[in-house]
Write a protein that binds this ligand. Structure first.
Ligand code: HEC
Ligand code: HEC
Length: 156
């Protein structure tokens, strides 16, 4: 009887420890995170967000599309614009997804997007100016190229 009670208590503690450690490890689960105009929760302008916001990474939410937009001088962030993805260049073909740029010039979403060779980004500033990528992007990790192998994403 006493043995059973003691082993019962140990089992209970073991279960608590297992569940406790899972809960603490946030990097093991995804969370829905989508940027909105005027949001101010993002950080690390210009860095590749998916270095951390990925399965197994430290960042909250595994982003599918994320990056940073700058003004025409490519120095200051361009806040509160919009990113749109289409199946053809220049905002033609079929619309795929819209992501609002936040108040710090960053955009991010955890919504599913399939990069099948037909995903063309278009950026519109808060002032209504538009600029589009001529080639399709192979990935939503916009800052993996922009600011590294090509210009920062910029719009007037
Ligand atoms: C070096 C790793 C790293 C990079 C790069 C990174 N993040 Fe994060 N991010 C984190 C971590 C860790 C957290 C959770 C703790 C915190 O809020 O600082 C986080 C949290 C966030 C949050 C959630 C804040 C909240 O309270 O809900 C947003 C939004 C975010 N990051 C956006 C971005 C964007 C956009 C980029 C790219 C421009 C980016 N992050 C780049 C590590 C990173
Ligand atoms: C694999 C590298 C790569 C990735 C990833 C990438 N781009 Fe580009 N982007 C380029 C290159 C190279 C150009 C210039 C040639 C062109 O327009 O195709 C460009 C051009 C652009 C332009 C037009 C800039 C100008 O001066 O005309 C915009 C806007 C843009 N990209 C937005 C994005 C967005 C938004 C994403 C993420 C959804 C993204 N890009 C992902 C490489 C990339």
């Amino acid at each position: 009887m006493l043995n059973k009670t003691i082993s019962g208590i140990f089992l209970f503690i073991a279960i608590l420890l297992i569940f406790g450690s899972c809960e603490k490890d946030d990097s093991e689960k995804n969370e829905t995170k989508i940027s909105r105009h005027y949001d101010d929760e993002s950080h690390n302008n210009g860095q590749n967000c998916m270095d951390c916001h990925k399965s197994g990474g430290d960042g909250e939410g595994w982003f599918t599309v994320a990056g940073s937009v700058y003004d025409s001088l490519k120095t200051n962030p361009s806040p509160n614009g919009t990113i749109k993805l289409f199946t053809e260049p220049g905002g033609t073909g079929t619309w795929i997804l819209t992501v609002e740029v936040d108040g710090l010039g960053n955009f991010y979403t955890t919504e599913a997007v399939s990069f099948d060779g037909h995903v063309y980004p278009v950026v519109e500033s808060a002032q209504g100016n538009v600029i589009g990528m001529k080639a399709p992007t192979p990935t939503g990790q916009c800052n993996s190229c922009h600011g590294v192998t090509t210009d920062k994403i910029w719009v007037k």
